[in-house]
Each structure stands twice: as C-alpha cells, then as structure tokens.
Design a protein around this ligand. Structure first.
Ligand code: B12
Length: 219
C-alpha cells in the first residue's frame, strides 16, 4: 500500500478521520504525478477497508467511522474532477442509471464508479442513495438506459438488488437493460442467482465489464 511519505500521511488521515490536511496531501500527491485512480485504489480504499475492519471488530465506533468517511469525502471532493477528465470519448459508450439501493446511504464507491464511467464516455444518470426499486426502474425507462448499476454495501440492503430485477421482470422489460451490481457484499454467485452481472470489486473492473456489455473494447 504506502510507498511514499504522502501515501502514509493520507492513509493515516483516513484512519484517524482527520480531514484538515487531506486537501493539501491530495494535491501534493497529484503534483508529484500520481493518478487520481492510483491514489483511490492504492491508498484511500485500503485505508477505508482498515477502518471498516476496525469497526466490525469494535476497535472503533460509529463516530470514528463517520469521521473517516468525511475524510474520504474531502479527498474525493478534490480527486473527483480530475477523475472525470482522465479520458474523453467523442462517441457515447452507453447510458447508465446508477443508484445506491433502498435503505443504504453508502455512496462513496458508487460516486467513484459514476466518475469513471463518465471519463470513459458513458452518459450517467446518478440517482443518489437510498433509492427504491420502483424509482430506479422508472428513471431507467425515462432515461432510456442501456445499463442499470446498483450499489449495496450492507447485507441487509442487497436484497433490493433482487427486488429491482424482479420488478423489471414483472413489467416485462427485463431484456431492455443490462443490470450490474456492486459494493462490498456483492459477488458473482449472488449476482447470477438474481439474474444480474457482478461488476467486480473496484471501479475499473466495473467500467471494463460495462464496456464489454456494450460491445466496447477492453484494455
Ligand atoms: C464509509 C463507511 C460508512 C459511511 C458511509 C459514507 C458514505 N457517504 O458512503 C457511514 C459512516 C455513513 C456508514 C454508515 C453505516 N455503515 Co458503513 N462503512 C463504511 C466503510 C468503512 C467504507 C465503505 C466505502 O466507502 N468503501 C470505499 C469504496 C470506494 O468502496 P466500495 O463502496 O466497495 O466501492 C467500490 C466497489 O465495491 C465498486 N462498486 C461500488 N458500487 C458499485 C456499483 C456497481 C454497479 C458496480 C459495478 C461496482 C460498484 O466500485 C467501487 C470503487 O472501487 C465500510 C467498510 C468496507 N470495508 O467497505 C463500512 C460498512 C459497509 N458499513 C457497515 C455498517 C454496519 C454501517 C452502519 C449500519 C453502521 C451503523 N451501526 O449505523 C451504517 C449504515 C448506514 C446505512 N443505512 O447505509 C458494514 C456493513 C456490514 C454488512 N455486511 O452489512 C461495513 C462493511 C463495516 C464493517 N466491516 O462492519 N458507513
């Protein structure tokens, strides 16, 4: 993970939920030639994972979890615009409706996927978080989406991915959309069991599988 003093400081700032220096650390790293995605996948996400592990072991509690999430958000506020301009395609790669499912307010990962999709030429309608299956389906129809992307971070909210697919089936419009699921508890077996596609463990994998679904090139 940490290969430079800036990496170590960033990692520690997320771990400590210390937002104060995040902006300058991120800019320091960018000026040193680091890529936004490299920082996210190589430093920030592993730090958040450690935070999550500490939380589940009761080494830290909800207030600390919230502070770490705020520090991550501060980093993303800085990195987001850079991420969105990494690549530009002229032709649209496809239309994607993205949402974090009902009951779930985790949106950091979804936001990264949205930014990277845009950077790869996708048109993206981001419905935000805690979005019901009915709203997702309605908006996907209105937007004439090719792909519906569902993010769920809690084992208790994952079933809303299944509900969304079921609703599409009930409305007899399932074949109009590719449905991708992602987020911590998602996995290929679960995805297959509900008739969706597992988009992979990180944003780059998600974008590659969506490009493949649209018949686009893989790197
Ligand atoms: C930050 C965080 C929070 C923040 C969220 C802030 C926000 N705006 O998102 C706050 C503090 C609000 C929070 C609250 C809670 N949290 Co929380 N949280 C986390 C934490 C530490 C990090 C999540 C994160 O952002 N990771 C970084 C991102 C970049 O990774 P990611 O989300 O996985 O996304 C990547 C991929 O999954 C993929 N991806 C994501 N979405 C999609 C969608 C598609 C379509 C595709 C293809 C790919 C894809 O690409 C992304 C980018 O690489 C995790 C720990 C963990 N290991 O995940 C716990 C965790 C998810 N939380 C947990 C819990 C229990 C809670 C609470 C219930 C705590 C409580 N007692 O209140 C609440 C629930 C609130 C709710 N109703 O949603 C548990 C869930 C356990 C479970 N399996 O159900 C975890 C795993 C911690 C733990 N180990 O116990 N949390």
């Amino acid at each position: 993970m940490s290969q430079s003093p800036t990496h170590e400081q960033l990692y520690q700032a997320i771990l400590d939920g210390e937002s104060g220096d995040i902006t300058s650390l991120v800019n320091q790293a960018l000026q040193a030639g680091e890529t936004p995605l490299g920082l996210i996948e190589g430093v920030l996400n592993p730090a958040l994972k450690e935070v999550g592990d500490k939380f589940s072991n009761c080494d830290i509690y909800l207030p600390e979890l919230i502070l770490s999430a705020e520090a991550m958000q501060a980093a993303m506020d800085e990195l987001g615009p850079h991420l969105a301009t990494q690549k530009q395609n002229v032709k649209s790669s496809g239309r994607v409706v993205m949402a974090t499912v009902q009951g779930d307010i985790h949106d950091i990962g979804k936001n990264i996927v949205c930014a990277l999709l845009k950077a790869n030429g996708f048109e993206v309608l981001d419905l935000g978080r805690d979005v019901s299956a009915a709203t997702i389906v309605e908006k996907a129809q209105e937007y004439k989406a090719d792909i519906i992307g569902l993010s769920a971070l809690l084992s208790t909210t994952m079933p809303y991915c299944r509900d969304t697919v079921r609703l599409l089936e009930e409305l007899k419009i399932r074949s109009q959309f590719h449905v991708f699921i992602g987020g911590g508890p998602a996995n290929p077996t679960y995805a297959e069991s509900i008739g969706a596609v597992y988009g992979g463990p990180h944003a780059e994998a998600a974008v590659q599988s969506m490009l493949t679904a649209m018949g686009g090139a893989q790197q």
